[in-house]
Design a protein around this ligand. Structure first.
Ligand code: FAD
Ligand code: SIN
Length: 520
């Protein structure tokens, strides 16, 4: 049993920002971070484009950033939240820089601003094309200096501890008392008892086989919160990034940042036709729901495996300076972008929905907070504006931090039973896990992709039910392993995506159902 004041689940931008702030300010309190892989492995680490912040007050304004966010969100953003996040952005960026994060500077000595789809001006602060790597580095470095923080890597949160696990009278309002956590190195399940728990577990990309997310993105936090009966919303709004590097392999795909289109790259079909102006007057810089749906349409029409990003007309020296990682990765895949077009496909990238939180990051469960991609704040509506998610995580980590200062949580005083795995055994056949994962990813790709239909969604329910039953049976009789828990979580997440898709009767932003009334 570990006893801590603050339990943070996840070590991406959301979890680390909160942990640094709370540990710095409340030096007499303990902060425990659990994370299921290496300490820096996260969606954050792979963020390329940057952080959207209003800095250039000659060209830009809060109003413009607010408007761009609302337009991208297609009428479903919470306007108060949008205004709050946009206006708090510059201060949070400054704080990140004080913690040591470096961003590119232009010739005049000001922060260099990139541009991405849906943004009406240049406003994306970046560190070459590895912004997330730099953010993660600076946050981990700041954390290392803090004696009251313990970071446990290769520790997988299995379930949140709520009244359900305790011998106390059940009340209608559920509270969280920490989490059961698997030490992935020893196989032991430890109980972490916490006064306050923050879910910062990131995205769900791996539910779809073809994704820009690393394999850790299996929606664990959302699934845990769902099982604990927290409110979950907007799961139908899975954002597909238009331009992942096409390769025949399954699993995570390398991202070609939207900033490359902001830099002037053009999307073409195999025959060379520049198709984006046929769909939207903003062409390649339309918001990413529109670009992804347009590519999907082109691919379905032509039967081709990819469309192409043409960079051959761009200033190559400048390109290499801005996007050295992308340039190198293309070369490693035998694509010389001076002469070759880059084959690209849409891939699952970001979840706009998640665990519902208020402006302090509070979920519907007492003493359970959520931040970052696993949360649903109302900022993104039906489609996130590019580079608004690092911003959202920075702002909400700060909001939750401030809330905790103003409302100190009482130390919890309940006795928590250890994890009960009596009667379970080590699974003899891991093939069941692999097989069901492959089936789940195929199901999500084929029936719950960029363009959905009511018939395909109904079929998805039937297929998912079979997978669910087989995996649940295995889970109940097995000693816990990370892959089994992740699969179980992804099934919960798929269930939520399919169910909430079926409830949405009009097409908005990233949600498009052929049987709904409002057309593309
Ligand atoms: P993450 O950074 O994903 O961190 C989640 C953490 O939780 C990880 O440490 C993970 O190991 C841990 N975890 C998960 N489950 C468990 C568990 N059960 N137990 C213990 N630990 C667990 N956004 C932008 O704003 N700008 C960009 O330029 C940008 N580019 C992107 C490029 C790529 C390729 C990708 C994939 C995303 C990009 N995004 C970008 C989105 C953005 O990176 C993410 O939304 C954001 O980083 C999420 O941060 P987070 O802290 O919420 O989650
Ligand atoms: C990108 O660089 O294209 C990704 C930006 C984002 O997801 O916000």
């Amino acid at each position: 049993m570990i006893r801590t004041n603050f339990l943070v689940i996840g070590s991406g931008v959301a979890g680390l920002t909160f942990a640094v702030k709370i540990a710095q300010k409340l030096s007499d309190k303990t902060v425990t971070i659990v994370t299921k892989a290496d300490e820096d492995e996260s969606n954050t680490k792979y963020a390329q484009g940057g952080v959207a912040v209003v800095l250039d007050l000659e060209e830009d304004s809060f109003q413009k950033h607010i408007r761009d966010t609302l337009v991208a969100g297609d009428g479903l953003c919470d306007e108060e939240v949008v205004e709050m996040v946009v206006k708090k952005g510059p201060k949070r960026l400054k704080e990140l820089m004080l913690w040591g994060a470096n961003f590119d500077i232009d010739a005049s000595g000001k922060l260099d601003l990139g541009r991405e789809g849906g943004h009406s001006v240049h406003r994306v602060v970046h560190h070459k094309d590895i912004t997330g790597y730099e953010v993660e580095r600076a946050l981990l470095q700041s954390l290392n200096r803090l004696p009251n923080v313990t970071l446990l890597s290769y520790h997988f949160a299995v379930d949140l501890i709520t009244e359900h696990h305790l011998e106390v009278p059940k009340s209608r309002q559920v509270s969280c008392y920490g989490a059961y956590v698997l030490n992935q190195r020893t196989g032991d399940i430890i109980t972490i008892k916490a006064d306050s728990t923050l879910l910062a577990t990131g995205g769900i990309g791996h539910v779809y086989g073809r994704t820009t997310n690393p394999v850790i993105a299996t929606g664990d936090g959302i699934a845990m919160a769902y099982r604990a009966k927290a409110e979950i919303r907007d799961m139908e709004f899975v954002q597909f990034h238009p331009t992942a590097l096409f390769t025949a392999k399954e699993g995570p795909l390398f991202l070609i940042s939207e900033a490359v289109r902001g830099f002037g790259a053009i999307l073409r079909t195999k025959n060379g036709h520049r198709f984006m102006p046929d769909y939207d007057e903003r062409a390649e810089l339309a918001s990413r729901d529109i670009v992804s749906q347009s590519i999907d349409n082109e691919l379905k029409r032509s039967g081709d495996t990819s469309v192409f990003l043409d960079c051959t007309h761009l200033d190559m020296d400048e390109f290499k300076r801005h996007f050295p990682t992308i340039y190198k990765e293309c070369l490693a895949n035998h694509i010389a972008i001076e002469t070759d077009w880059i084959p690209v496909v849409p891939a699952s990238h970001y979840l706009c929905g998640g665990v519902v939180v208020d402006k302090h990051g509070r979920t519907s469960i007492t003493n359970l907070f959520a931040c970052g991609e696993c949360s649903r704040t109302g900022l993104h509506g039906a489609n996130r504006l590019a580079s608004n998610s690092l911003l959202e995580a920075l702002v909400y980590a700060n909001n939750s931090f401030k809330y905790h200062l103003a409302h100190p949580v009482d130390p919890i005083d309940v006795s928590i039973p250890p994890w009960d795995d009596e009667g379970t055994h080590i699974p003899k056949e891991y093939i069941l896990i692999r097989h069901n994962l492959t089936k789940l990813q195929a199901l999500m790709r084929d029936y719950v992709g960029i363009v959905r239909s009511s018939d395909r969604l109904a079929k998805a329910v039937l297929h998912l039910d079979l997978i669910y039953k087989e995996v649940e049976e295995l889970y109940k009789s097995s000693k816990i392993t990370t892959t089994l828990c992740e699969l179980r979580n992804m099934i919960n997440v798929a269930h939520l995506i399919i169910g909430q898709s079926m409830e949405r009767k009009e097409n908005r932003g990233g949600y498009y159902n052929l049987d709904n009334t409002i057309a593309l």
